[in-house]
Design a protein. Structure first.
Length: 312
């Protein structure tokens, strides 16, 4: 299992292979344009020291091993990270707050500008992929994330970037553009979302089963270009109506998109309906649309890693 010491010179290539388990792998200060090939590598993601965190025993208490950040990329401008299978052990049935021990399968930060993340397969994580300070100009493409307990993609530093041809299948929050600090302002940045499928999934949060909006937007979030994408809402009790309204307000380009209301219950009157550029389907038609789109995506991405217990 080579590490970053194998890299030298511009365009260096690092090949990761085998089972890393709970051992984190860190790339730091790689030369411009390095490639990290993790197509035959697998990692465990674990954020909780017990399997059922609650009010008495939070995720910080217990004896289980943790691996909060299995792969971290720091100060590697222009890096290309390919593949990688991240199998999460993050509790999915406990309430959100006691389960919140911060974690992400892949963390990109500290001067890693212009990174390309491609072909990642991750499931049952807290956050899927996180772009943090000075990781602007990122490109995430052809990646499959499922059963994500919080954000499929966290971009709370409000960076510019692109999310292309991805499948986020069952997440509490799709793409977070919500600054953790009042000093951040992304209004002069743009995030482009193209040919990406996002299905929300209800999880227990503050005592009820619900989910957030596909995009967690605020007044200072970047502008949005959304094209050829599908957002599927799964809970009649979903939260995030104000965030959904802000998402529509942040749009500077919108075409060939669909908003799917998957429940059989009527759309709540307070749900902000999408602007031009989005079609709308509900109920059985919406579920059939999602199933077909998901099936096409999976079939057209045979190179993305599968888990042993997944059917072809």
């Amino acid at each position: 299992m080579p590490d970053q010491s194998d890299a030298n010179g511009k365009g260096a290539r690092i090949v990761l292979s085998g089972e890393y388990g709970y051992k984190p792998w860190v790339a730091r200060d790689l030369p411009m344009g390095a490639t990290i090939d993790a197509q035959h590598a697998s990692f465990i993601v674990s954020n909780s020291r017990n399997s059922d965190p609650g009010l008495v025993l939070s995720c910080e208490v217990g004896t289980l091993p943790t691996n909060s950040y299995p792969v971290v990329i720091r100060n590697c401008p222009g890096v290309r990270f390919i593949g990688g299978r991240f199998d999460g052990q993050v509790p999915l049935t406990s309430d959100w707050r006691p389960t919140y021990c911060n974690s992400a399968a892949l963390l990109v930060r500290d001067g890693t500008t212009g990174a390309t993340i491609e072909g990642v397969r991750a499931r049952r994580c807290w956050d899927g992929i996180r772009f943090a300070n000075r990781a602007d100009g990122f490109r995430l493409k052809g990646s499959w994330l499922s059963e994500i307990r919080d954000d499929a993609v966290e971009n709370d530093y409000l960076l510019s970037g692109a999310i292309e041809d991805c499948l986020f299948d069952g997440c509490f929050s799709g793409i977070s553009l919500d600054p953790a600090s009042n000093n951040r302002d992304g209004m002069d940045q743009t995030v482009a979302i193209d040919r990406t499928l996002i299905r929300m999934q209800p999880y227990l949060a503050k005592g009820e089963f619900t989910h957030q909006a596909p995009i967690k937007a605020t007044e200072v979030s970047p502008s949005l270009k959304i094209t050829g994408s599908i957002f599927a809402l799964a809970s009649a009790k979903m939260r995030g109506f104000p965030r959904l309204r802000r998402t529509w307000q942040k749009l500077i380009e919108s075409r060939d998109n669909m908003l799917l209301w998957l429940p059989d219950e009527p759309i709540p009157s307070e749900l902000p309906l999408p602007p031009p550029g989005f079609g709308l389907m509900t109920g059985a038609d919406a579920r059939a649309c999602w199933a077909a789109a998901r099936r096409r995506w999976v079939a057209s991405h045979p190179g993305v890693s599968r888990f042993p217990d997944e059917t072809p």
